[in-house]
Design a protein around this ligand. Structure first.
Ligand SMILES: [Zn+2]
Length: 336
């Protein structure tokens, strides 16, 4: 992830009382009697829940993508290791049959101009309206230690590749066109998230993409933006990011509950600055799925040498992959 400024993170720990919805059950009860035998309501509910839980997202495949990235070493913007990571991502996306584009830009950073590249893979749908699913693929640069970013940068990139593979293999065209976007330069070069450049030393890739959408008059064509960041923690808990668009949050949290993953998607809020913000500022609905509670017994792994593969799990990657994939039908239905 990201660099979410530690100081800017406000956890609003007001716990909401979980409201259990019985809409499904009452629908079944009140519907007119069908011809022939009908299964008991409990059996219908169980079958539906089981069906909604399952997608082709393979947690082991996603984990293997994270491992491959970690093996390239630290991957800050402009590094040779990030070039290798990009080649790996592009090779994977092409093997799924997706059309890929590399968008190169050279922003001014505290270290001078640095060449960065966003990766975009497109899956055409019935409509040219676009839903973006995204992650950053750079890692934060540290001189003092080897920062491997298994969770922060690695996990969401691995999951996004696996989401792209699953969706590219779907038999039916989706209602909307999907773009799988891998942002470069999310992390700040200065130690703190907004220490330098008046707070603009971060989210270089997402700001570049939004600038480009604006200059090309394509903002209205982007119907929704889903951002994944730090989603591999073995102890997965994704709170609702409070600046995210509420209808996207509700669609995703509802899918998580229906899939039986409600405990990983609690109702409490957190505020995180991340790659979704430039999209929100441009008026594009966006949501950030991020587990910022990345620690064990009070020891935080975020932006430390301990952000390593052993802290993340294939299971957490699958939970997030499943929930994102399962939420897409309802998100599509909510777009006018
Ligand atoms: Zn980070």
């Amino acid at each position: 992830m990201t660099g979410r400024p530690r100081l800017a993170i406000h956890f609003f720990l007001t716990m909401m009382i979980a409201m259990l919805s019985f809409a499904c059950v009452s629908d079944k009860v009140s519907s007119p009697a069908a011809v022939g035998p009908t299964p008991p309501v409990s059996a219908v509910s169980a079958a539906t829940a089981e069906q909604q839980k399952s997608t082709d997202f393979n947690g082991d495949k996603a984990f293997a993508h994270v491992k491959a990235q970690v093996e390239f070493g630290p991957r800050p913007a402009g590094s040779a290791a990030l070039d290798k990571t990009r080649d790996y991502i592009l090779k994977e996306l092409k093997s799924y049959g997706l059309k890929t584009t590399v968008d190169e830009f050279t922003p001014v950073t505290p270290k001078g101009r640095i060449k960065m590249k966003n990766i975009v893979a497109e899956l055409p749908g019935e409509s040219s309206g676009v839903i973006i699913i995204s992650s950053h693929y750079d890692t934060k640069e540290y001189k003092q230690f080897k920062f491997l970013g298994a969770n922060d940068g690695g996990s969401s990139t691995g999951a996004l590749l696996e989401i792209a593979r699953v969706m590219a293999a779907e038999k039916n065209k989706r209602k909307f066109t999907y773009q799988f976007v891998f942002f470069d330069g999310e992390e700040a070069f200065c130690p703190g998230w907004d220490d330098c450049l008046d707070g603009k030393d971060n989210t270089y890739g997402s700001r570049h993409m939004v600038d480009r959408l604006q200059s090309e008059g394509r903002v209205d064509n982007i119907k929704a933006m889903i951002l994944l960041d730090m989603i591999g923690d073995k102890d997965l808990v994704i709170a609702k990011e409070s600046s995210s668009s509420s209808w996207l949050v509700e669609a995703i949290w509802s899918s998580a509950r229906k899939a039986g993953y409600g405990q990983h998607f609690p109702s409490r809020d957190q505020y995180i600055t991340d790659d979704h913000i430039p999209f929100l500022e441009a008026g594009i609905p966006a949501v950030d799925l991020i587990d910022f509670d990345y620690e064990d017994q009070g020891e935080s792994f975020w932006h430390t040498k301990n952000d390593t593969l052993d802290k993340i799990s294939a299971k957490s990657l699958k939970i997030v992959g499943d929930v994102v994939l399962l939420s897409l039908d309802s998100i599509e239905a909510l777009i006018k």
